[in-house]
Write a protein that binds this ligand. Sequence first.
Ligand SMILES: [Zn+2]
Ligand SMILES: [Zn+2]
Length: 281
Amino acid sequence: MRVTFHGVRGSVPAPGPQTSRYGGNTSCVEVRLSDGSTLALDAGTGLRELGKTLAREGRQSPVHLFLSHTHWDHVMGLPFFAPLYDKNNHLLVYPLANEAQERFQRNIFDDIHFPVSVHDIPSKVEFARPDGDVWQVGSARVRRIQLNHPGGAQGFRIDDDDGSSMAYLTDNEMNAARPIITVDELARFSDGVNLLIHDAQYVPADMPHKRGFGHSLVEDVLKLGEYARPKDLVLFHHDPDRSDDALDQIGLEAKTWLTEHAKDVGLLVAHEGLAVDLGKR
Ligand SMILES: [Zn+2]
Ligand SMILES: [Zn+2]
């Protein structure tokens, strides 16, 4: 499995000189399975870059789209996804976190939010309705879990036939006041994956003002890493106001903490263009 980050920012795109190294595009992660299948995790503005990559490659195999939820920062790139405008392409959209989000999804191409109507999209767009709790997608099995986030969100775990695995958990507030999922449950869900990607939007200075916003403190993400023992832990969904220099500092402190508490867990601070080849575990 190969994982490429096209958008790593949370809440709203944040372009500009202060964010140019980590990138200002919102959530989108590309996953290439061992059989060549392409999965897109979220459709933030980073999806535009993935679309350009696929168009350059001339790939016309289906793209499997998994949305954590339908907040703007996770769907805003969808109308600008180049493969949608090629009739030879095929997009498979997997179930959303809940019914309310399923309804919203169909409103993106409604002639009001974007000039192209759903009926005029040239590519084939299909809503996949897999049975059961474990979905077979190409050479991988995908499982989902509900997260602590206003309006609901879901995370995914992907286990490929080649033995590599990853978990994508955004947007999630660890230690929320009324949690629907606990840290222990998340650790079990993502136990031993090669790559654990988690929302790490906040630092202590953001609190208590941003409690209840549905995002996690970096320190809580590190504790999840200590329990779940991934090969690499990825800090993701950076605050739009977090500068490159601030993210450098967060990365340094996080590495120090892991060296002391879970030295077999590697640390990555997600940036646009970061690509990770996952070995077997
Ligand atoms: Zn978000
Ligand atoms: Zn959200």
